[in-house]
Design a protein around this ligand. Sequence first.
Ligand code: GLP
Length: 259
Amino acid sequence: MEVVICSDEHEIARLAADRVVADVEGANRPILGVATGSSPLKLYAELASRVEAGDVDFSHGEAFALDEYVGLPPEHPQSYRHTIMRTVAQPLGFEGSRVHVPNGYTADLQGEAEKYDAAIVDRGGVDVQILGIGSNGHIGFNEPMSSLGSRTRVKTLTQQTREDNARFFDSIDEVPTHCVTQGLGTIMDAKAIVLVAQGAHKADAVAGMVEGPVTASCPGSILQLHPRVFVAVDEAAASKLQHAAYFRHAAATPLDPGV
Ligand code: GLP
């Protein structure tokens, strides 16, 4: 896991965008895994400016979202389909028909979840998955105690996650109780992962994810087993890392290509 401690959210966005662009380089049809939440919004804005500059092109690409609430119609402004279209797909130039979001508004949630995993495999897999992390260590909506090998399926949201997300709704009673989320095993199948986190309220989750142990109690810790993970965090989110000095040293000591 490559961890970079950044001075601010602009540096996070810049370095994370560099990595995303590098991870899709050469792909005629880049497959981008996209996350909702506030954490990657600056990264999406930075990627949109790279698209505008002609550094990267997603117009032939496909986007796969991590998760969706159960019971919200797709046109609901807080549905993740709506959110992903507004905050990621349109600014980055993805064509609407090539933006995939798990279906949380169907009688056959499990059948649709299985089709979702099959569609990712059919497109050749996700080239790079963008992630945030929940304050309880969840990635996607894989709450603590999710199976480390799980595939896309229905999950019950924790009360903490519902409270964290209540800011987007008129009241907590309106926050759905369930979701459909890519499993931890599905996320781990991505060829590369770029995770961003900001703020002191993410410090415990970041420490658990980066420094372990690998445990279902902190679902993000499964990423320690992935061979290509880039983590960009600010000082506050890094504040509980025991190995912060090493991460700073490694970032300040690039390999001399002549060696
Ligand atoms: C939601 C999403 C996650 C996201 C998390 C953190 O629960 N399902 O994908 O990482 O929120 O959100 P934020 O970035 O707003 O803190």
